[in-house]
Design a protein. Structure first.
Length: 249
């Protein structure tokens, strides 16, 4: 049965934590990549480029530097570079277990930055699906790398984050794109935000889908009227042809 990567409601609520725990317990090479995915909601393709992970000078937050993918300068899509800051400590102690493998590697590297990457986005997503199937064998729907991304967006929305912060964190050039990611639950205000701060290499555009549709529709109507007007004007300019006379023989 095919999975719809947007629909994460069919997955267990703590599927990300369980998948990460499994990868760590089995000493899998993709553990750090899953931890980055959990913390940033980055695209699998962005992990093939490598995500730079560092710790702040006060040792209170992790900083993730991500080279964006899905860039299109002509269409003004995507963010070339973004930096996401995640607090190491929070009131509910929910975040720290998810970044523990990264903290351990940073400590081994004497708190110098580390680069986390995967060889193949498809293989990486495949590992996540295999772990999901191992953990939840009776389920028909299983997680993928993009499931993490959609859940990350939902976390931001449930925490009450503003649209610009969400766009920067997700690597979107416009606030409109986030409408396709994650769903806010009712009564979810006050939850812990997975992102403390996000910085993007370009400004975020504020665009409303309905407004864009109205503008496009108006432009089409204006164009149609102009074309009709030009056709009438051209018709009026054509000289009238004289009637043919018939002579009686």
């Amino acid at each position: 049965m095919g999975n719809n990567k947007r629909d994460v409601s069919k997955l267990n609520k703590d599927y990300r934590e369980k998948i990460l725990e499994y990868a760590i317990s089995k000493n899998m090479k993709c553990s750090n990549a899953i931890a980055v995915l959990h913390s940033t909601g980055c695209r699998p393709d962005e992990l093939t480029k490598g995500v730079r992970v560092s710790i702040s000078q006060d040792l209170k937050k992790l900083e993730f530097t991500i080279l964006g993918s899905k860039l299109n300068a002509e269409q003004r899509r995507g963010i070339r570079l973004r930096k996401i800051s995640v607090s190491i400590h929070d009131e509910n102690n929910k975040i720290k277990p998810n970044i523990l493998p990264l903290l351990n590697d940073l400590q081994k590297n004497e708190f110098e930055s580390i680069k986390v990457s995967v060889a193949s986005a498809n293989s990486f997503s495949g590992y996540i699906s295999k772990i999901s199937k191992r953990l939840y064998p009776r389920k028909k729907y299983h997680a993928s790398a993009y499931s993490f991304r959609h859940s990350f967006a939902a976390d931001l929305k449930n925490s009450g984050a503003d649209t610009v912060l969400i766009a920067k964190s997700m690597g979107h050039a416009s606030t409109r794109s986030q409408q396709s990611y994650g769903r806010k639950r009712r009564g979810s205000s006050g939850e812990v935000s997975p992102v403390q701060e996000a910085v993007a290499s370009s400004d975020i555009r504020h665009q409303d889908r309905l407004l864009r549709f109205k503008i496009k529709n108006k432009n089409l109507k204006t164009k149609s009227r102009a074309e009709i007007g030009d056709a009438l004007a051209s018709r009026n300019k054509q000289p009238a042809t004289a009637p043919k006379r018939k002579f009686k023989m």
